[in-house]
Design a binder for this molecule. Structure first.
Ligand code: ASP
Length: 323
């Protein structure tokens, strides 16, 4: 079994030696797990520093490194990453690779405490992540985040606490699994997802706020192939944005509405009249990446909408309907 570890920096590799901060590279992190781990792991460093600095191009480069490792015959891939944007790079990776029955595991991990902390969390997370990546049980699964013994699917998970070691949640879903004594145990079946052919990059994200100015949104939507607007509740946007969104859709722009609370809504009569589709439960940040992938895979807007439909998170709360 050979697992490829792709190191990209983050808190897990930040070390204060009493004098200055240094970066522990991937080989250094793996060496702390002992000789057995070193023997079964191939390490590659592709970035260093905080993950808040990463661009989508950087995220695609990390995802390409994971894809190359699988193509080279790795039994599994671990990406060591800062937690701030881990869920986004993991989602880019899943968009690039898709989810299919035979794909070997790709597992992201990191830590909330620095390497030089007296009780660091990075070592246990990395050990678990390598065990999951090497496991046949994890074949065919979503690209995963592995932290604190929990396994989260890249499309559901979000960092929700910036100061706790227990920093990630998949709410309103549960984690997809846990790691028990180095063995992954999954609680549900994976959902197959399409792999993107390419990514377009001119996809802005507009976050609505009370009193948002229509002219500025009109300007943002003026000349783009796709855009995400983060509204409120069940994809409601302030009425002054109805015109700009409608005009953009009529010009051919793929306008996707997302919301901070989870909503599985994708298409409704109201959205069709407005000129938009829903993000299917993806956060606004992930919806933007999904639109990049959809429009990078097909120039046809209807086909791109169909691509997005295959990424939707399905959770039938079913308790708000009055009909
Ligand atoms: N600021 C760090 C980063 O995202 C946080 C972490 O690694 O946990 O790189």
């Amino acid at each position: 079994m050979t697992v490829h570890v792709i190191a990209t920096g983050g808190t897990i590799s930040s070390h204060f030696d009493g004098d200055q901060w240094t970066n522990i590279d991937g080989a250094g992190l793996v060496a702390e797990l002992g000789a057995e781990a070193v023997d079964r792991v191939v390490v590659r460093d592709v970035a260093s520093g905080p993950s808040s600095n990463l661009t989508v191009h950087d995220m695609l480069a990390i995802a390409e490194a994971a894809r190359d490792a699988l193509t080279a015959g790795a039994d599994g891939v671990v990406v060591v990453h800062g937690t701030d944007t881990m869920e986004l790079t993991a989602f880019v990776c899943q968009l690039m690779l898709g989810v299919s029955a035979s794909r070997r595991p790709v597992v992201f991990t990191g830590s909330m405490r620095v390497h030089s902390h007296p009780a660091p969390d990075g070592t246990a997370n990395l050990r678990d992540a390598i065990a999951v990546a090497a496991s046949d049980r994890a074949v065919g699964r979503e690209v995963m985040l592995c932290l604190e013994g929990a396994l989260h699917a890249a499309d559901r998970v979000a960092k929700c606490h910036a100061a706790s070691v227990d920093a990630f949640q998949s709410a309103p879903f549960d984690p997809i699994g846990s790691v028990i004594d180095g063995v992954p145990v999954f609680h549900d079946a994976p959902v197959e997802r399409p792999a993107a052919i390419g990514f377009v990059h001119d996809v802005p994200l507009v976050t609505c706020y009370p009193g948002i100015d229509a002219a500025s949104v009109e300007a943002v939507l003026a000349d783009v192939v796709g855009a995400v607007v983060e509204g409120f509740g069940d994809l409601n946007v302030p009425q002054q944005l109805w015109g700009p969104i409608h005009h953009a859709w009529n010009r051919g722009t793929l306008v996707v509405l997302a919301s901070r609370p989870f909503t599985p809504t994708t298409t409704t009569e109201g959205l069709s009249m407005l000129g938009a589709v829903g993000a299917g439960g993806l956060t606004a940040q992930k919806a933007r990446l999904a639109v990049m992938a959809a429009l990078g895979s097909t120039p046809d807007r209807d086909a791109a909408v169909e691509f997005l439909r295959h990424l939707a998170l399905v959770l039938d709360a079913g308790d708000r309907s009055t009909s």
